[in-house]
Design a protein around this ligand. Sequence first.
Ligand code: GLC
Length: 446
Amino acid sequence: MKAVPAHWQWFNQSRFGLFIHWGPYSVYGRGEQALNREFLDQNEYARTACDWNPKHYDPAVWASVAKNAGMKYAVLTTRHHDGYCLWNTKTTDYSSMQQAPKQDFVRTYVDACRAAGLKVGLYYSLIDFRLPAWFRGPEKDPTGWQQAKQYIFDQVRELLTQYGKIDVLWFDGIWPRPAADVDSKGLLSMIRSLQPDILVNDRLEWPQFSWYWQFENWKKRYPGEYLGDFGTPEQGIYADPDYLWESCQTAVSRLWGFTRGERWRSAEELLFTLVKCSCLGGNFILNVGPQPDGQFPPEFVERTAAIGEWLKVHGEAIYNSEPGDVTEFITYGWQTVKENNLYLIIRFWDNRPTLQLVGLKTKVKRATLLTTGQDLAIKQTDKELVLSGLPPERPTALYPVIRLECAAKPEPNEWGKCRTWRGDNEFLARWAESRGTSVWADGKPR
Ligand code: GLC
């Protein structure tokens, strides 16, 4: 990874964040885009939106759920594709301030995050499903387009001047317009002048560079020309070793806004994603679609609390860690590295009292099963490391973790390098040769 500037390091150390998709669409309970996916009547939708009046919105409770889950930052949809604004804006009366709630939701959200020690992120959709000019574009409707563009600049300026320091600005929905139409570069320089330390995601242009289906193409077409500061692979993990990135995923199977009757992913599946992002060097931002009344669905609270419990004991393997993959460990799970420590995050427990690791060159001074705090016996030769004294039963329902404290930064041995094709293949040839004449698989005894 390119050196991360000091003011952005918090992002790369955080690993786990909370994404919140909330707005009048939650009343429908069918995701965040019912307005256009269901081709709804614009006037009827607007009436529903103006009447929306959540009775249990308490961002301090949201922040405590995030803290309890071990999350370090949050990102809230200040305006989604329906155009409804969750803040005190002078640009329109289609906002929580001027309609039924008579509240500046962004104000109280930012304050609650700050009070809880969470970094603050704001999501902003460029597309507004209500504006004909957005669909017609600047050629067909130059006046309408100019107004729509000014409206975006004015709103972003409000968000970045009314609420103190904002840590992340998360754009979305530029489609189907190219960056030049929106003057994404101009927008970005305004953002930088208002909030010099802010991190901006990669969706000020479309397709964004971290969309997996065109990631490689993008790198070829625009080498080094990324408009944002971090990638946002969606519902998947596409790690770019050169850039900051954050995989955004839902806790339910697909939609971002509240969805009545959706299927929930288990705590184990969600932790799987967090661990996988960490061992590849990126963040995981997990989405919640709060209910229309402002409360988080209980299924979300339960699952994230279980992850938080796990992080309390095993978090040192996740926060501020570097990508692992030092030794051969894929059979069991994942690895991360921090200074001289190698963390083994174990997916399955096969009830054997020993665990053998063949790819590590560095001397191990101490091995600890973090889950129980118990030290494990170490036997290390040039060929392998054998840990013994493991409990027969899996010590946690989620993933046990072993910390190997090494004499130096953990390095692979020849086998560890060869298995990733970074070593000398002659080493593997000699290994194959060691078979001698045991089986005449190629028909020629030697
Ligand atoms: C997609 C969806 C949008 C959602 C976003 C989150 O762009 O269109 O509804 O907010 O993903 O990454």
